[in-house]
Structures are given as C-alpha cells and as structure tokens.
Design a protein around this ligand. Structure first.
Ligand code: ZN
Length: 337
C-alpha cells in the first residue's frame, strides 16, 4: 500500500466538513479566499491544509487529491513554488513571517493555478502579525487562498476569525490514532494507552511517548490514588510536582488520573453486564458511582485551574485533599455497616 495515498485518504475519510470543502474547491465555485482549519491535532491540521492545497494542483482533478501524482508529491514534500507553509518561529508566528508570506503571495504565480499560503498554529500569532495578516485577508491578491490552522481558534482575534471560513476537524477516534502510532513504530499497548490519553492530539501523544513508559507511569499514578487512604495528600501533591519536569508532564499525570477514574466508573456502571471494558489499570478503590463522579469532577476542575494559571502546587494540594475526603468518606460509610 502506498503510504502517501493512504494518508491523504485517511485525512479526509472521517472529516465531513473537510470533504465538503474539497468538493467545493474542485467545483465551479472554487476555493474561498481564506479558511481556518480548527481541531485538536496540530499536525493533523497541517496535513489537512496540505491536502486542500493538493486539491487545486492534483493532476487527477478529483475531489480527494490522489497524493501520488507529481503535483501532489511536490505539495506534500514542500517543493511546490506556489504553496507556502509557514510554521511558528519558536513559540510565535512573527510579523516578519507574515510580511514575507504576503510579499510572495503578491507576486505572480510561478505556475498555472492558485497560490496557497498556509499558516500553522495561527493562534500563536503575535498581535502585529495578526494586524498585518488582516490586510491580506481584507484585500487578498487574485487567485490566492490563505489557510490558517489552529487548535484553539478562540485565541485568534475576532477580526481575523470573521474573515475566514472555519472548517472544524473532528479528533481521530482512539483506535485510529493508535493505528497511526503503531505504524510509526510505537508498541501496541503503549500506543493504545497514549491514544486514549491524548484527546485526539497526535503530537501530544508522541511527546508523551518520547522516552517514557506510559504503562509504568499509569501504575504509579494508580498506586498514588489508592494510597490516599493512608498517605498524606500534601506528600502526594509534592510527588506529582516532582515527577514532572514541566506543565506538560503534570497535565499527563492529570489525564492518567482522569482515565483511571473514568474506567473505574464505566466498570462500575457495567458491573452487572456481561461486557467489561479493557481498563488502563484497575483502581483498587471501593467507590460508588457518585464517589467516582466526584473524583472525576475534582480532576477536571484541577485541569481548569492549571490552564488558567493557578499555582500548580496549590491546585494539586487542593485536589488531593478533596480526593482523600471522598475516598475516606466512602470508607467510613462502608465501615459503619
Ligand atoms: Zn495528485
């Protein structure tokens, strides 16, 4: 099987909005001046943007570009003179990058067909860059399409948002994500766990898998949670803080905690049914549905706190205290019978 062809089909097959865009692109209507592709997976968004760029160039002239012909290959490999992909320089897309893109898009096409400028992770654009981009969105050069990609479209200025046609890409289901990871050389059990943790963000999954045994980490997190009966919650908060090098490691631990509680909840709900889910790790906690739902809520709230820049250590202290309260309360209820 040819990987390029396979990957273009895979990009499109589960994305109805993207399919609509591609059909429109090859119709008489043609492409819009500006699109915003949004979704959870940064690298998947860039692949989708390149697929759209291919659709105007593919020799096959069909809705889903072939990914095989010389034109598609040049686009995918970054060798097409009229397709320009701009990625953030460091953490941000800078004014100079937007100015450079604007000047090449204002030049005559090198070949027949439209020019396409792709700006990846556009939500990381500096304000001067966004203001400059606005000019080209308001008055686009002829036969030009701008494609922005963003995981968090809400962070783009409303003036930019309102000038783009937004296309939302759905996250890949965990099974499909796991397959992609396995195809990239990850062992199946690690890939399946990473796919369940990453919320459709392949880049995140790969980052978490890099040099790390996720199954082992999940065992450790499960051990921490079950030890809450007798361990000092503040010590556990300290352990989680020390275990992670940065915020990303902390968010991984929280995702694992969430997965464990969710698996336990589903197992509990299915206790009487014949079908049992494949759990990431069995949490040895005697909590009922209400208790497990409370724990899930506490982890979700902690994720919100950390996202909104509350001091991570304080948020962890509060979470472990609250979790211990739920776990001990369940224990005391049981012991009183
Ligand atoms: Zn092609």
């Amino acid at each position: 099987m040819n990987r390029k062809h396979d990957s273009l089909e895979t990009n499109v097959s589960q994305q109805p909005q993207l399919q609509r865009l591609l059909r429109q692109a090859v119709s008489e209507k043609g492409m819009a001046h500006a699109y915003l592709l949004s979704g959870p997976d940064s690298s998947g968004l860039v692949r989708a943007a390149l697929t759209v760029a291919c659709s105007g160039k593919c020799k096959e002239k069909r809705a889903v570009p072939c990914g095989l012909c010389s034109e598609c290959t040049r686009v995918i490999e970054g060798n097409h003179p009229d397709i320009h992909l701009v990625c953030p320089d460091g953490d941000t897309l800078k004014l100079e990058q937007v100015l450079r893109l604007q000047s090449v898009l204002h030049m005559k096409s090198n070949e027949a067909g439209d020019k396409v400028g792709i700006m990846a992770d556009a939500e990381n654009m500096s304000l001067p860059a966004a203001n400059s981009l606005l000019k080209i969105l308001e008055d686009p050069p002829a036969k030009t399409t701008i494609i922005l990609t963003a995981r968090n479209a809400g962070r783009l200025p409303p003036t930019v948002l309102s000038r783009c046609q937004e296309v939302r890409l759905s996250p890949l289901p965990p099974e499909a994500m796991a397959e992609r990871l396995v195809a990239g050389g990850v062992e199946a059990p690690q890939a399946q766990l990473a796919a369940r943790l990453c919320q459709g963000d392949e880049e995140r999954a790969r980052r978490w898998l890099d040099g790390q045994d996720l199954l082992d980490l999940t065992c450790q997190i499960a051990g921490d949670i079950t030890s809450l009966h007798e361990e000092d919650p503040l010590m556990l908060a300290q352990r989680w803080e020390n275990r992670g090098k940065d915020k990303d490691d902390l968010s991984l631990q929280l995702e694992i905690g969430l997965l464990l509680f969710r698996d336990a909840l589903v197992s509990k709900a299915q206790e009487d049914s014949a079908s049992q889910i494949a759990v990431a790790h069995d949490l040895s906690l005697d909590l009922d549905v209400q208790g497990l739902s409370d724990c899930i809520r506490m982890v979700l709230r902690t994720q919100d706190y950390i996202r909104s820049r509350v001091n991570a250590r304080l948020a962890l202290d509060a979470m472990f205290m609250a979790l211990r309260g739920v776990i001990r309360y369940a224990g005391s209820c049981r012991d009183s019978f």
